[in-house]
Write a protein that binds this ligand. Structure first.
Ligand code: SF4
Length: 210
């Protein structure tokens, strides 16, 4: 495990924010312990990203599309890559993130996109008021407004991830519906944590009567 002092200052990969909002344990399993595992969902997601992974740009009808643009923010200590950045009239920047499915119940994608906007604002000294999530399953894109609430949530998530990485610990599992689509389920084993918690509770209950 990298030493703690280094972890406290190291740059956060933007994708870690998405994972943290989805599940802090998943974020730690990936970015503290280095566990990666593909399931059907993540494999399709990777294939989709392959189409946007080639760096380059194209311009049509006054819109420039920057593909696989490297991102960074010194202010927030972030690094990553935008699938696409749309640039209109040479000055209006909007990040576009490709996702394989329909919109999820949880808004982890929005935090990831907002962090990309933080980077673009710093890199190009522009305001980035909105971005888009393209959902491949529905072939539609959803506009995400970077309002004060989402910006504040993104800042809180950055701090939470930084704290998580600095501690270098993996939080306990909480078995929830989101676990069904999690590619790390076979590593995480959330059912075991539930059984262990129940056993400890039973033990505690019994100890009250003896
Ligand atoms: S299986 Fe559930 S608790 Fe475990 S990492 Fe995935 S989402 Fe989190």
């Amino acid at each position: 495990m990298p030493n703690k002092a280094k972890r406290e200052t190291e740059t956060i990969i933007i994708a870690a924010l998405n994972q943290y909002v989805f599940c802090p344990r998943r974020c730690a399993l990936m970015f503290v312990e280095g566990n990666w595992s593909d399931n059907e969902h993540t494999a399709i997601g990777s294939l989709l990203h392959d189409h946007t992974d080639e760096p380059g740009y194209e311009t049509d009808a006054g819109v420039t599309l920057l593909r696989a643009l490297p991102l960074f923010s010194a202010r927030y200590g972030l690094t990553g890559k935008a699938d696409i950045v749309e640039v209109r009239e040479g000055k209006h920047y909007a990040p576009v993130e490709y996702k394989k499915g329909r919109r999820r119940k949880w808004d982890n994608d929005d935090v990831q996109l907002c962090a990309q906007a933080f980077c673009l604002e710093e890199m190009f000294s522009v305001a980035v008021p909105e971005g888009f999530i393209y959902h491949a399953a529905s072939k539609r894109r959803r506009k995400v407004i970077f309002d004060e609430q989402l910006r504040a949530e993104t800042e809180r998530t950055i701090e939470a991830v930084r704290t998580l990485l600095a501690k270098g610990e993996v939080p306990p599992a909480v078995l929830l519906p989101r676990c069904d689509g999690c590619s790390l389920r076979s590593i995480c084993l959330p059912e075991l944590t539930q059984i262990k918690a129940r056993t400890e509770l039973d033990h505690y209950g019994r100890s009250l009567w003896t």
